[in-house]
Design a protein around this ligand. Structure first.
Ligand code: IPD
Ligand code: CA
Ligand code: CA
Length: 257
C-alpha cells in the first residue's frame, strides 16, 4: 500500500504542476449541462494523464472519473480508482484557486485510500483507515466532535436558496454558512475542524476521496436520508462531526433539537 500511496501522490503533484502551467495558456472552456457547468481542456487532460498512470501501474484497475465518458461503473469488484481531475472547475476558471485534484481507491467495494489536494494552497490530505490520515507529511488526529451551533456549515447554493430540507434553519443554528464551490475544500474543512458539517448534491468523484478520510477519522456521512451512498450518479449528501451530523439530520427530518 505504501508503494501505491507514493505513486498516487507523485501523479497528483505532477498533474498539479501541469495545471499551474496552464494559467499562462488560453484555456478551452466548454459548458456541459448548463452555462454554470463548465469543463476545460485541463479537466480532460488531467483525467487522461491520471488514467494513463493508473493503467500503467495496474492494467486490471477499473476507473470511474468525471470526464471522458468514464462517469459510470456498474461493477465495483476488484481495484477501482475514482477520479475528479479538477474539483471546483468554476473556481479554477474564474479564480485560479480554490480547486482540488481528488482520487479514491476502493478494493471490492471497500474504501481504502483517499487523496484530496488543494493545489494552490499546497495542502494535501491523504490516507485511509489502515494508514491513518495525513496533512502533507504530518499525521493528523480527528477534529473535535463539535455540535452544529459551535461552527460553520458548508452548503450547496441552490439547496440553501430554496430552503430545501430545512437548509436555512440549519444555517441559522450554525455560526455561519459557507459556499466554496468545491466539495474537496468543504470536506478538507470538516477533516481539519474548520467546518462542522456540509450538505450538497454530489457525484461519486466529489465525495468518495474525502469520505475515505472522514471515515478514517470517525466523522459521519451518508445520503441525506441517512442511507449509505451508492457511488452511482448524483446524490444528496450530508457529512459532519458525529454530533453535528445527527443534529443536521434531525432538522432535516423536521424534529426539534
Ligand atoms: C462541483 C463542486 C461543487 C459542487 C458540485 C460539483 P466540479 O464539482 O464540487 O462544489 O457543488 O456539485 O459538481 O464540477 O467543479 O468538479
Ligand atoms: Ca467535482
Ligand atoms: Ca471536476
Amino acid at each position: 500500500m505504501d508503494q501505491m500511496i507514493t505513486h498516487i501522490k507523485s501523479w497528483i503533484y505532477t498533474a498539479a504542476e501541469q495545471i499551474k502551467e496552464s494559467f499562462d495558456e488560453d484555456l478551452q472552456v466548454e459548458t456541459k449541462s448548463s452555462r454554470k457547468d463548465l469543463v476545460t481542456s485541463l479537466d480532460k487532460q488531467t483525467q487522461e494523464y491520471l488514467t494513463r498512470q493508473i493503467l500503467n501501474y495496474d492494467p486490471n484497475a477499473k476507473i470511474m472519473g468525471e470526464e471522458n465518458g468514464r462517469d459510470h461503473l456498474t461493477d465495483l469488484s476488484g481495484r477501482v480508482f475514482i477520479i475528479d481531475p479538477i474539483d471546483g472547475t468554476m473556481n479554477f476558471v474564474l479564480e485560479h484557486e480554490n480547486f482540488c485534484i481528488m482520487m479514491a481507491v476502493y478494493e471490492d467495494g471497500v474504501p481504502q485510500l483517499g487523496f484530496v489536494y488543494d493545489v494552490m494552497k499546497d495542502e494535501f490530505l491523504w490516507g485511509g483507515k489502515k494508514v491513518g490520515v495525513f496533512r502533507n507529511e504530518q499525521q493528523i488526529k480527528a477534529p473535535k466532535d463539535l455540535g452544529m451551533r459551535e461552527g460553520l456549515v458548508g452548503m450547496n447554493t441552490s439547496l440553501y436558496k430554496k430552503n430545501a430540507y430545512n437548509c436555512q434553519k440549519i444555517g441559522d443554528h450554525a455560526m455561519g454558512v459557507r459556499m466554496t464551490g468545491c466539495a474537496g475544500k468543504e470536506l478538507i474543512g470538516i477533516i481539519l475542524g474548520h467546518r462542522n458539517g456540509y450538505i450538497s448534491n454530489l457525484a461519486p468523484w466529489d465525495y468518495a476521496p474525502g469520505c475515505v478520510l472522514l471515515d478514517a477519522l470517525g466523522m459521519k456521512f451518508s445520503a441525506l436520508d441517512g442511507e449509505p451512498l451508492k457511488l452511482d450518479g448524483r446524490e444528496l449528501f450530508i457529512a459532519g462531526t458525529p454530533t453535528a451530523y445527527d443534529e443536521m439530520r434531525a432538522i432535516i427530518a423536521n424534529t426539534a433539537i
